[in-house]
Design a protein around this ligand. Structure first.
Ligand SMILES: [Cu+2]
Length: 301
């Protein structure tokens, strides 16, 4: 059994086009080499002037046209079903952001990796929070751009139990290649119990859960090492240089500064780091959320 319902159509047209291409590559090269000797100056001293040959011209027009139409036909019939999801497909939001995938289920459950039931069509609504991404599941033979403001979708049916890679196939900045996740195809019963279970975050600080869920940790570390942005370790009370309205300023990081930076990151930028990478979280996180985050950051010493 194939990993998804699209494997057969995509693979068939791939192998068809590949075989036709290889056939002509080998054939044309062989004829070229043969002609090189057959019509060299030594073997064919007097060149013949041939203006045209109707019979040959019809053959080399009609046969390639038929071949191209065959390739088109199998390509099209493999691709067309991808464009319309069946009505009974389960809808899941797939959200891409620098540099993390997250998946939101109809019951509100969110997860960093995708879990789907066996033999159930699944439709992913593709949403980007910042720049262009592209959701790519090689084993399922599906790939689709995730456009900010657009409403692309993809659908598929997982037909074989297992866990498969999810990649981002659109260069989306520095840590693009780390934008990885997985899709697990599980038995329907296991899926149902998974869907209603909640991840065990009881030991996590609520601020840490928020940092994880909002992809903050793909750009900021907790251990003092530099990633795309400054580390959260020892952040509060740190003296640093920032750029505000084009002017450099020396500041001491406090709660108010962090609150403002998370809500409207473009208002200030830390000197030594690339400005403009952080998206505004004012609409996504409440003041309570941000206070939880600040409280958590204050524990990172
Ligand atoms: Cu990406």
């Amino acid at each position: 059994m194939n990993a998804s319902n699209f494997v057969e159509g995509v693979d068939f047209s791939m192998y068809l086009i590949l075989s036709i291409s290889v056939f002509f590559l080998v054939g044309i090269t062989a004829v070229m080499i043969y002609f090189l000797f057959r019509y060299s100056k030594k073997n064919n001293p007097v060149a013949t002037n041939i203006s045209h040959n109707t019979y040959l011209e019809v053959i080399w027009t009609v046969i390639p046209t038929i071949l191209v139409l065959i390739m088109f036909w199998y390509g099209w019939t493999g691709y067309k079903p991808m464009l319309t999801a069946p009505d009974d497909a389960m809808e899941i939001d797939a959200i891409g952001q620098m540099w993390k995938w997250s998946f939101k289920y109809p019951n509100g459950k969110t997860c960093d990796s995708l879990v789907i039931p066996l033999n159930q069509p699944v439709k992913l609504n593709l949403i980007s929070k910042d720049v262009l991404h592209s959701l790519f599941i090689p084993a399922f033979r599906v790939k689709q751009d995730v456009v900010p403001g657009g409403n692309n979708m993809m659908w598929f049916t997982g037909q074989k139990l297992g866990t498969y890679d999810i990649l981002c196939a659109e260069y989306c900045g520095q840590l693009h290649s780390y934008m990885l996740s997985t899709v697990s195809v599980v038995e329907a019963d296991n899926f149902d119990s998974w869907l209603v279970s909640s991840p065990d975050t009881s030991n996590d600080h609520p601020g840490l859960t928020l940092l994880k869920n909002n992809a903050c940790l793909s750009c900021h570390t907790r251990d003092g090492s530099r990633l795309v942005g400054p580390s959260f370790k020892n952040l509060i009370g740190k003296t640093e240089t920032i750029l505000r309205d084009g002017n450099e300023e020396e500041i001491v990081v406090d709660n108010q500064y962090i609150m403002n930076k998370i809500k409207t990151p473009s208002s200030v930028s830390v000197v030594g780091y690339q400005a403009g990478l952080m998206t505004p979280y004012g609409e996504i996180l409440s003041d309570d959320d941000i206070n939880n985050i600040i409280d958590y950051i204050s524990t990172l010493k």
